[in-house]
Design a protein around this ligand. Sequence first.
Ligand SMILES: [Zn+2]
Length: 298
Amino acid sequence: MKKSPLFSLAVFILLLAIGLLISVTFGGNTVSTYRFDRSRAYTDVEMQLSFGPRTPGSQAHQKTINYILEQAQNAGWQVELHQTQRMGHPITNVIAKRPNPNMKQIIIGAHFDSRFYSDQDSNPANYNQPVPGANDGASGVAVLLELSRSLPPNLPFEIWLVFFDAEDQGNIPGWDWILGSRAFVEEIPINPAAVVIVDMIGDADLNIYLERNSNPQLASQIWETARNLGYEQYFIPQYKYSILDDHTPFLEKGYPAVDVIDFDYPYWHTTQDTLDKVSAESLGIVGETIHAWLTTYD
Ligand SMILES: [Zn+2]
């Protein structure tokens, strides 16, 4: 059989169409694989809340450690536990790493514990109840976990996602604030070029002001990234609070660190810090900002 020019043209068009289909499919996959998915992050908040309040020593606390390990490992990260003691309490920080020897180190952190007592509750009868910690605890963990799934591989630095234990137990006899991050900075050899802490960033009514103790250069990079994404109304470039948080031990050692926190949260340390106060949109706004900052960092 002799091929007609028309037949050749038909084959050519068919091959072109297949090629186009393949490139669209792969292109589509590539884009979605490395996109911060806010609904997956919200699922992480739901999961943590389903365990119950993650107070130190509780079953929910242990389940959260296991969940973080499992999620980060499934996303291909090298995971390890930093186990130690402070003030007589066991402390377990969870570290997920993408090692990249001889490259700069970046640490993104969030605390995973929830507070033993809702001592800011308007009803004194609730003071002895644990804080559900949907925003204060679960939201930061969710952003880190979704970063673990969505950050492109081979970023030109070494990145650690650190889930800190025992941040939130200050003003309780026998405890203090930021025990986990203090222990981490004291015991783990690190030399970060930048440290970003996210805390209370799931509030559906999101207002993140500049925090006064944070490194100003690093903060302006992140607020600038948010502005470029159209999120200036949420990352407000004005100073408001001065906060003791997991960035503090890093700052004390001279490392550039920033606290990304929305402290305008009326349910802070109350029994009302529940799932309905958190939105996937807010997790997405913060997650996309950190994601974009990381993927353009050099
Ligand atoms: Zn707190």
